[in-house]
Design a protein around this ligand. Sequence first.
Ligand code: BGC
Length: 835
Amino acid sequence: MIGIWNSKIETELANMKFIFQIEDLNELQLRVWSEPVPMVEIDETVIEGNHLFAKGHNKYAPGILTFDLYFEENSFTGKLDMMGQEIELIGEKGRGTALSEEFAALAEMIRKTDLSPRTDAEIKEEVDKLLSKMSLEDKIGQMSQCLSSNHSFGGEVESAPPEVLVAEGKAGSILGAFDLKRIYELQKIAVEQSPHKIPLFFNADIIHGFQTIFPVPLAWSCSWDMELIKDACSIAAKEATASGNTYNHGPMVDLTRDPRWGRVVEGAGEDPYLGAQIAKAQVEGFQGDSLFSDETLIACLKHFIGYGGTEGGRDYNTVDISEGTLRNFHLPAFQAGIEAGAGSVMNAFNIYQGVPVAGNSFLLRELLREELGFEGMLISDYGSVEEIQIHGAARDKREAAAMAINATMDIEMVTRAYADELPRLVEAGTIKEEQLNDAVRRILTYKYKIGIMDDPYRYIQPEKEAQLHFHPDHLEKSRELARKSVVMLKNNGVLPLKREQKVAVIGPFGASRDLLGPWQFSQYAYETISLLQGISAKGLDKSQLKYVQGCDVEADIENGIEEAIMAAKESDVIVLALGEHSDMSGEAASRTDITLPAVQMKLAEAVVATGKPVVLVLTNGRPLALNWFEQHTDAIVETWFLGSQAGHAIADVLFGDYNPSGKLTMSFPQNVGQVPVYYNHFKTGRPVTNATRDQKYISKYIDSPNDPLYPFGYGLSYSKFEYSNLHIDLPKMTRKEVLQASVTVTNTGHYAGEEIVQLYIQDLYGSTVRPVKELKNFRSIRLEPGQSQRVEFQISEQDLIYYTGNHRYEAELGEFKLYIGSNSVDVMEVAFELV
Ligand code: BGC
C-alpha cells in the first residue's frame, strides 16, 4: 500500500477529494490531504495487512474523522466517519483527476471570447446608471461579504446560507471558495437570480502562493530581492485566478517587532524602508500591469494600521503608539502599496489612540483617503465592525456600524452589522445614503475593472488550473526564491557539507513535509520536498545517509533519543532539523516562550553531547532565542518555511551548490526578556556605550545584554566580504545637493558570492528623537573570489525627511552619520551635515 491513493466524495459542504499518502520512513506513515481545503490532521494510524484504520481531526472546526479502509492492488474501499456522518469511500491508486475537470467543456461555453477593457469614463457612466436603479438594500448587499459555505474558518457567524444571501442580492463578495465548482454555482446564482444580476468577487488569502507554495513572507523578505518577490506574487495570481479567485486578502505589510506575535511570519520584518519596497513588489506582482487581465488579482494591503504594535506580542491585543511611530514606522509600507495602485485596504483589529481602527475616522477617512489619496475598496477584517462594540467604543452594533461607515469602510467581511443596521441608520438620518453610494461606486468600479460585469465567468478557467497549477517553472521559481531566503546564522567551517561525508539527519523536520508554513491551502502539500528528499537528491548513497526522527515537534518518541545518539555516532556530521510546526506561527499563534520546545532541546543536547559536528537547520515562523545553539552547534541555517521545494533549496545551500546571501529582516533576541528588540530604536537619555557599559544608572538589563544575538541585516555567506575606503563627496550638503557615498567591497573568500550592501543613516538630533540607525538604501552585488567593486549610493534631502515634532514631513538641518556595511552592526561610518 505504499504510495499515493485518491478518493472523491460529494458532501453538503463541497465536492471533496482525499489523497492518502503512505510512506515507509523507518515505519509506515499515513498522511491525508483533502481538497479543496486541506483540513485533515491524522493523529493515529493502525496498519495491519491490507487494512488501514486512522483517526484524525478537522484543523479548522471541532470534529473527529476516522478512515477504515481495505486495500487491493490498485483500489481500495471503506468508510469515512466525518463528524458523525458516515460516508462510503471508493478509491484508486494515484492522484486521480482534478475536481474541476468536469468543468472544462462547460467553462469554454460560458466564457466570452471577445472582451475588451472599458475606459474609466465608461465605467463611471455604467456605475452611476446601475447605482441609480439600486435600492438601499441592494447597495448594502454589495457592501456585505459572506463565507462560501456555512462552515466557518473563524468565529461562528449567524446568517442565512450563502445561496440565499446571494440570490437575494445580500452579498457582493464571497470569502474562501476554494473550489471552482462552488465558485461557478454561486456566481451563477448571482447573475441569474439576484436583483441586479451583479457578479460576485471571490476573495481569498493568497499570501505566499496558491498551489505552488513560495517561502513565507518573513522568509522571502530575507532575500531582499524585489524581482523574485514580485515574480512569486505574479505566479500566485496566475494560479489563483485560474481557480476563480479575483480579490486577494494580501499582501500583509504590517511592521513587526515582536517575535512573540505569530503574525510576524506574514510580514517583511522591522524596517519601514525595506517593508515599503516589498509592499510595492507584492502589489505589482499580484496586480500586474492591468487588473483587467484574467491572470491578476486585486491586492489588498493589510492590516491598516498598527497591528504589529500589539502589546506583549499577543494577537488582537491593545496597541498604543504615538503618531510619530505610526507615521515614521508603520505607514511607509502602506503608502508604497497605495502608490503602486493597490485596489484594496483591510483594517487592523487594534485600537489607535483608543478608537478601534474599523471605526476610526482619523485613520481611515483622514489619513488613508484624504491624505494618502486612496480611492480603492476598504474592507473590514473578519468581525471587526462588530468588535468596535466589544472593544467598548460603541454602545451597540448600530453605533459600531455607523462608526465604520463614517470612517468610509466599504465592505464588511462576513459579519452582518451593515446588513442589520445600515437601513435604520439611513432612515433615521444618522448617516446619509450618499455615504453608501460612495462605497458601492468603489465596489462596482472594481467589478467593472476586472471585467466580471461584462463576463462573470471569465475567471472560471479549469483548463488553466490543469496547465498552471504546480507547473515545473513555478516550482523552479519557488526553489530559486527559497534558496535566496535562507539565512546562514553561524558557520565555523563545517559547511558546506562534502558529498563523501556520512550524514545523519536527525529531528522532527528531517522527513517532515510541514515546510509550507501558515496561510497556504495547496492541494499539492503532499508533494512538498522534505529535507531528507533534498539531501538524498544530492547523490549520497544509502550507506552515507541515516534518518532518525528523535522526537515530535512537541512530544517524545519512545527510544527516539537513543536512536538519534546511535545514528549520530555512526556519522561524520549531523544535520539537526528542529523548529516550530506551521500552527505555531500565523494568526492566533502567539508564544511567550520563543525557544524551541523542551523535547527538542533534550534531543539537541543529546546529539551535541556525542561530540560530532552539528549543523542546526531551523524550520520556523518567527525569530527564536538561539543562544544555546550559538554556543553549542557548529553551524546554524535559518530556513523558515521555504515552500514546495524547501528540501531541495536547503540541500543546495548545505552542499554549497548555492552560496547563501539572505539577510535577516527581524532581529533575533538573545532571550525573550529583551523583546521587542529591533535595530532602529531610539537612543534613550542613558544609552549603553563602551564607556557606560559598566555603570549602574544606564538603560540596560542587569542579567542580559541589550544587543540582539543576530541583528537586522545579518546573514553569512561562504564568501568573505571586506569593506574599505568609505568616502562621501559632500561633508556639508544643502537641500538641493545630492551626496555621493561609496565604498569598496572585496570578496576575500574562496567562493563566488552575493552580498547585500546596506546603507544606514542616523539623524543625530531633531525636533523629535531619531532612531540610532535607519536603512535608506541597499544594493546586491556578486563578486568572484578576489574581486572588488566600488559600490555607490546617492543621498538627497528626500532620504532625510521624517514626520517631525512640527507635525509635518521635512528634513531638519543638522548633523548626520552615514553607515555602510554588511548588516546593521558591522558598518563603516562617516559624518555629514545638512546645511
Ligand atoms: C485575518 C485576515 C484575513 C481574514 C480572512 C482574518 O482573521 O486577520 O488577515 O484576511 O481573516 O481570512
